[in-house]
Write a protein that binds this ligand. Sequence first.
Ligand SMILES: [Zn+2]
Length: 182
Amino acid sequence: MYAGHFAAALAIKAKEPRAPSWALLLGVGLLDVLFGIFVMLGIEKVTMTPHAGHGFTLDFIDWSHSLAMSLVWAALFCAPFRRRGRAVALAVAIAVFSHFLLDLPMHPPDLALWPYSRVHLGFGLWNRLPTGWWWVELSVIALFCGYYVSRALKTFGGRAPWACAVILALHIFNSPWLSTAR
Ligand SMILES: [Zn+2]
């Protein structure tokens, strides 16, 4: 999932407004940030396949994206927020772990249970629904943004619809019909 991750951050913000927005927005993307770093360090591996499937295959992402490591990263990233209270730390942890949950339906089975586990999860909607995945992600975005706007309209000085518009724009730029790489 792409833009949908950020929609999750907005929904969590609406539920726990005391959690810093930057921490939630960084949190939902943390596993991908780590993935980028780990690929550069040669710890994880991705192969670009411009003319097949979703445009890339994630050959080894066990350290950034496995179920166990997602929980570890969530625990580490939320630790400094514990002094702001349990609810805030929990919201930040959920933001990090939501990445795994939202990647689960989209990824082909490349999400390990733990590093070097033989079992890999992923329902594979990216490959099974070459354009349909975009609509699935759109419904996720609609759900999270709808919740955010319904709760946050007053809290954030009327800026909530703009945050949703940015996410929607990201999602539109990422549509399979606009991509020339495939
Ligand atoms: Zn990811």
